[in-house]
Design a protein around this ligand. Structure first.
Ligand SMILES: [Ca+2]
Ligand SMILES: [Ca+2]
Ligand SMILES: [Ca+2]
Length: 296
């Protein structure tokens, strides 16, 4: 599958980057920039105007954390929309797919990870945080949105980098996401932990720089989570707005967790020595006791 090839390429590029960083050399690979993996979305495929325009997503991995950042015109708490059931259209949930299956197939087998970060959206997840064994569902209907991805494209919104630089074409989008319902929130899953929302200055301090790609939106949202909450290996991460008016994806790889500190098995010799030592101490105590008895 082409998408996997892209992810594998990026994974390889990431490994190369790390290797070259270790030797103190500069390297540019794919959309990795200053340790963040960027998916830059088309700037003019947000149906409904600037309030529904995603410009990009970026993901950074450190030894123990995953950082995620999104930029565009949609605030964290969404925008007023009279046609939406809750009068508000905002961000859907973010998904990570570590399987080699399409999004729909991974969803159907409850194999996605999902992150609800927008506390006011229409997610079926009960609270913000990280979820595993996730099946995705759609809330576009309640948000005055597109009933299918095909409908979005049929309305004329196909652009270069339609779902970001890693799913650049409509054909790639169909191959990964299908042409049916836009599955944009967590439908079911098991919560495994919380996320920490990050301020713009914290994101900048962590090296985030959408402006390098001229992709700084009016709204930049970011959060951090413990790496142990997610899977690892090649991934495709993607998100849509609640209405399906825009979406973006990033392909990359998360390194496997570092092996636990090696547990040195207790050598039988050491155990034997310990027993001998205990026996010796015991015998000495016994001897002293005997001596004491004898003296008395
Ligand atoms: Ca866009
Ligand atoms: Ca809504
Ligand atoms: Ca898009």
């Amino acid at each position: 599958m082409k998408l996997r090839n892209i992810a594998t390429l990026i994974a390889g590029a990431t490994a190369t980057l790390c290797l070259m960083s270790a030797t103190g050399q500069q390297a540019n690979a794919g959309t990795i920039y200053k340790d963040w993996n960027y998916g830059i979305d088309a700037f003019n495929d947000g149906s409904g105007g600037s309030g529904y325009e995603i410009k990009g997503m970026a993901i950074r991995e450190t030894s123990d954390s995953i950082f995620v950042a999104l930029t565009g015109g949609t605030p964290l708490t969404g925008t007023y929309a009279s046609g939406a059931a809750d009068k508000n259209i905002g961000w859907g949930d973010l998904f990570f797919n570590f399987t080699d299956q399409t999004f729909k197939a991974a969803s159907d087998t409850n194999s996605l990870f999902g992150i609800r970060f927008a506390g006011t959206n229409d997610s079926m997840a009960s609270s913000t945080g990280v979820y595993k064994n996730v099946q995705a569902t759609t809330v576009t209907g309640a948000n005055q949105g597109y009933s299918t991805l095909k409908q979005y494209y049929d309305y004329g919104w196909n652009r270069e980098n339609t779902q970001g630089t890693d799913i650049a074409t409509k054909a790639d989008a169909y191959a990964y996401l299908g042409q049916g319902s836009i599955l944009n929130v967590i439908g079911s899953g098991t919560k495994v932990g919380d996320i920490t929302m990050l301020t713009a200055s914290a994101l900048s301090a962590a090296g985030l720089d959408f402006s390098h790609f001229l992709a700084s939106g009016e709204q930049t949202i970011g959060f951090q989570l413990n790496k142990s909450l997610l899977g690892f290996g090649d991934y495709v991460a993607n998100i849509f707005l609640e209405c399906g008016n825009d979406g973006v994806a990033v392909a990359g790889a998360i390194l496997p967790p570092a092996p636990a500190p090696h547990e040195v098995p207790e050598p039988t010799g050491t155990a034997g020595m310990a027993l001998v030592a205990l026996a010796f101490v015991g015998s000495q105590l016994h001897k002293r006791f005997q001596e004491k008895v004898t003296l008395e």
